[in-house]
Ligand binder design. Sequence first.
Ligand SMILES: Cc1cc2nc3c(=O)[nH]c(=O)nc-3n(C[C@H](O)[C@H](O)[C@H](O)COP(=O)(O)OP(=O)(O)OC[C@H]3O[C@@H](n4cnc5c(N)ncnc54)[C@H](O)[C@@H]3O)c2cc1C
Length: 236
Amino acid sequence: MDLIIGAGISGLSYAAATGNDYQIIEAEDQIGGYCKTIYKDGFVWDYSGHFFHFMRPELRDYVMSRIAPDEILTLQKHTQILYKDRHVDFPFQMNIHQLPQEEFIDCLYDLFSIPEGAPSDTFKQMLYAKFGRSIAEKFLIPYNSKLYATDLDRLDVDAMGRFFPYADREQIVRNFRHPEGHSYNATFLYPKRGCIRIVDSVASTYGHHRPPYAPLRPPYLHYAVAHTALALQCAV
Ligand SMILES: Cc1cc2nc3c(=O)[nH]c(=O)nc-3n(C[C@H](O)[C@H](O)[C@H](O)COP(=O)(O)OP(=O)(O)OC[C@H]3O[C@@H](n4cnc5c(N)ncnc54)[C@H](O)[C@@H]3O)c2cc1C
């Protein structure tokens, strides 16, 4: 018997994948965890905006095949940064030509004046070494410090992985004339009835179909103790 703590997307996916008996324990009165939707006054409200962009097509098909096709929207992301008196397209580093002329020149000058061998051991150092002082200090450092709520010198150079929109000088300059939708989620899927439809889709598989990927089975899980929000203690 597997004891699954939490009916978020992780717990529900595990339940859908395992061949074992399982018990799911959920502290809330609804499934979904962070991925929940409220319907109110004709509007659809998600607890947090979710972009669905599946790396593996078989997983996309697995989840989406349980949602009516006309319920699924394919959307192009359009994100802008409110910078002083204007909106600048995201990512900032690709769109410095939309800044006031003086600031554009600062960014461009610094981008092409990065000292040879500038240190790049932390995330903050990498921002200076890759984009120059102006792009780093005008946007990338304040934005990412706020987003990750930490001093960026405490983060590993590749802390954001594929979620950080890297761009080299040639791409930045090319983007002045030929804008590209640069980011890992430039296009994404969204169910009209909110992100809970993804959760419902996974939950609807119980006992019927196994997903087309190998379930994760911890090989040496002999004993575990779980404390729930209801102070329930279980041994498995
Ligand atoms: C602002 C924001 C935006 C996001 N955007 C995206 C996105 O665009 N695309 C994307 O793929 N992901 C996105 N995510 C991430 C995604 O929401 C999470 O990765 C995912 O929902 C995590 O699911 P989970 O099941 O691991 O955890 P959770 O959703 O946290 O679920 C955990 C569940 O366990 C329950 N629980 C916890 N402790 C106990 C206990 N002791 N006893 C019983 N029950 C318990 C909780 O009530 C909850 O229901 C976003 C997250 C946030 C916050």
